[in-house]
Design a protein around this ligand. Structure first.
Ligand SMILES: Cc1ncc(COP(=O)(O)O)c(C=O)c1O
Length: 664
């Protein structure tokens, strides 16, 4: 394994003293154990210090002299205060909150300095006059050790190395059931010995319990909460899909109002059914040219918060799949002013705290809950997510009950270890890796545009008109490309990239492709993609006609609570008859299921929603014109596509919602 480099920067404007400190500390590092490759270097000004933390991703900590002076270039060489330690600490923390900061102080000023820095994230103080370099080194090294700790992963590894005989689940018994099989040992070989050895169960107490953590899982979660700026962090092994549902069931009692973007992930809509919430759907903005669904307009949100001030919670996705990030602080402020809790689905944004280009994160903007698919954009295994909590009214007992309701009693331990490792990685090398990812994104964008055929959509082109003034930002690691001039349909292009160039892309609309860059993107992958697109561009194909997917109709009316409607038995009614004509009998009936054409993935109907002629026509057009399109929720009775709808007697038994409650 490569040895890391960890730079610690000393900031002191007195050159001689600075030199002595750097020399003394480096000598201490050399003569003592140095597992993290600590090297000390020095700068004399706050300006240089800020420049260094921007440019050097290996910096892990800073030691700031409490009074920084600068020599004035005057005859008298008067010394002026260049920036107070307090200012500098605030700037460093704003820029890179994961860095450790120590302050060098003079004994006589101790109280004054400590008071001023009390509320800042300062990790400790050293007396300037002591010059105890070995003592300082020991503390700085220990601090780094704390961040590098992975309590769960370490324990898992220790346990595996202990090679205990397993008289417990899982049945493969560390892979022993597979290893020598003439039929399935190839699976063992392919997946690898350690996946099986590390696949353990709650029968091993030293690995703690995800359902009631008090040991190494609790510790790992605590370290993660500090790293992500949360009061509490919980590891979820069923993805953000489950994380969202857990929060809903914690916050929402049946009938409680929930404000939500209609374009939220389907887990959010499932959470509505499970919790029994009364959803108020807010229409997302839509970029009609590219069929891209963006954030809900700010004014729509403000109006909804005002109108539904009795709502219990608001959930939004930020950033969206396409990288559009809300201006969260004023929205969260408005919601909090009415006592509405804010949940932000950060499934695509789990890295954001570790580079200023992506901040503020949801929690930094004031959100009460943030859910992150650590597996989507960091190094965790699929399904490994985190739930971060900053809700001042957090009810841990209710949360725990709901968390346990959704969590398997046999969680996959490698996933928990991968969350522990992902946190360590993003804290210690996140800034460096994200800086590289941003650089690669910039290069890739320029290269794609240089093909003259493919064109990257910048923020102004991605933004739907109705949110142009909403201070939306773009996460530039999500690259959306207009493919309309390349001579392929989007499906053909995806196929061409896959078959001819070995490239698999993230997602598409009828005329765009979206490429996802992560901390795992390499320059050679970028080159291969560029090469592929350039070759295709040079083939000069005549543009193809591209068929746009229709825009879903506006939300109609919610007549009953989604949960009430979903749990009705209902009846199956065909959408089209034998002659392929739309069935007029569905008009004004109520749907029992969620019907979602994919793409675009927005539910056209949710349980409890009234069906209109417009909706029936839209679904019929989808089924007729786009053979490849999936319409989730449609049931086939033979070859006839049907909807499950409420029977008239069922409707009579349900409590009708007041229609004015539906925000449109
Ligand atoms: C916005 C959003 N939220 C939640 C999820 C679900 O995340 P997971 O795959 O971790 O269950 C997704 C998945 O694509 C998503 O796009």
């Amino acid at each position: 394994m490569k040895k890391p480099i960890s730079r610690i920067l000393i900031i002191n404007d007195e050159k001689l003293i600075l030199r002595e400190f750097v020399k003394g500390l480096n000598a201490a590092a050399k003569s003592m154990e140095n597992p993290f490759g600590i090297i000390f270097s020095g700068v004399t000004t706050a300006h240089e210090a800020l420049q260094s933390i921007e440019q050097d991703g290996d910096i892990q900590a800073l030691v700031v002299d409490d009074r920084l002076y600068t020599l004035k270039n005057t005859a008298k060489h008067a010394r002026d205060l260049q920036m107070t330690a307090l200012d500098l600490v605030q700037k460093i923390t704003y820029f890179r909150p994961e860095l450790n900061i120590y302050i060098l102080i003079a004994q006589e000023q101790e109280d004054e300095v400590v008071d001023a820095l009390f509320s800042e994230t300062v990790d400790g103080y050293f007396y300037r006059e002591e010059r105890d370099y070995r003592g300082m080194y020991r503390i700085l090294n220990a601090q780094l050790q704390e961040k590098a700790r992975t309590p769960f992963y370490d324990q898992l590894k220790n346990y595996v190395l202990m090679a205990k005989d397993a008289w417990h689940t899982p049945g493969h018994s560390s892979g022993d059931s597979l290893r020598d099989s003439p039929w399935v040992s190839d699976f063992y070989e392919f997946i690898g010995e350690h996946i099986f050895r590390a696949d353990l169960s709650v029968s091993v107490p030293m690995l703690d319990s995800l359902m009631e953590p008090t040991g190494v899982i609790a510790e790992a979660q605590k370290i993660a909460s500090k790293a992500f700026g949360a009061q509490r962090t919980f590891f979820a092994t069923n993805g953000t899909s489950t994380a969202n549902k857990v929060i809903f069931q914690t916050l929402l009692a049946p009938g409680n109002k929930l404000l939500l973007d209609r374009n939220c992930h389907k887990s959010v809509h499932h959470g509505v059914v499970l919790s029994g919430a009364h959803p108020i759907y807010l229409d997302s903005s839509v970029n009609k040219k590219f069929n891209i669904y963006g954030p809900v307009p700010k004014q729509t949100l403000f109006d909804a918060i005002e109108k539904h001030h009795d709502a219990q919670a608001l959930i939004l996705t930020s950033c969206t799949y396409d990288g559009l990030r809300y201006d969260l602080p004023p929205i969260i402020q408005a919601a909090h002013a009415k006592g509405i809790k804010v949940i932000i689905d950060e499934a695509w944004y789990g890295f954001a705290r570790f580079h200023p280009a992506f901040r503020p994160t949801a929690l930094e903007a004031g959100a009460d809950y943030a859910t992150q698919s650590t597996h989507k954009v960091l190094s965790a295994f699929s399904q490994s997510s985190m739930i971060h909590v900053n809700d001042p009214d957090f009810n841990e007992h209710i949360f725990r009950e709901n968390f346990n309701m959704h969590t398997s009693t046999s969680p996959q331990y490698s996933m928990i270890a991968s969350l522990d490792i992902s946190r360590k990685q993003i804290v210690l090398e996140g800034y460096k890796l994200l800086s590289r990812t941003l650089e690669l994104a910039k290069e890739l964008r320029a290269q794609i545009n240089s093909t003259g055929v493919f064109q990257v959509l910048e923020l102004s082109e991605l933004l739907p008109d109705e949110i142009k003034q909403d201070n939306i930002q773009l996460d530039s690691t999500k690259v959306t490309v207009d493919i309309s001039r390349c001579g392929f349909t989007v499906e053909e292009l995806i196929q061409e990239l896959f078959e001819r160039f070995n490239i698999q892309v993230e997602k598409s609309t009828f005329n765009t492709l979206t490429l996802l860059l992560t901390i795992g993107t390499t320059r050679s992958k970028v080159s291969r993609l560029y090469d592929a697109l350039m070759r295709i561009a040079r083939e000069n194909r005549a543009p193809r006609r591209l068929y746009q997917v229709l825009e879903p109709p506006h939300f109609t009316e919610l007549k009953y609570l989604p949960r009430d409607a979903f749990y009705c038995g209902g009846e199956l009614v065909p959408l089209l008859d034998e002659q392929d004509k739309v069935n007029p009998n569905l008009n004004e009936r109520v749907c029992a299921d969620q019907i979602t054409p994919y793409p675009p993935g927005i539910p056209v109907l949710v349980p409890g929603q009234m069906i209109t002629k417009e909706v029936i026509q839209y679904l019929a057009n989808m089924l007729r014109s786009q053979k490849r399109i999936e319409v989730h929720g449609i049931i086939y009775d033979g070859y006839l596509p049907c909807l499950r709808i409420l029977t008239i007697p069922e409707e009579k038994n349900l409590k009708k919602l007041v229609s004015v409650d539906n925000y449109k």
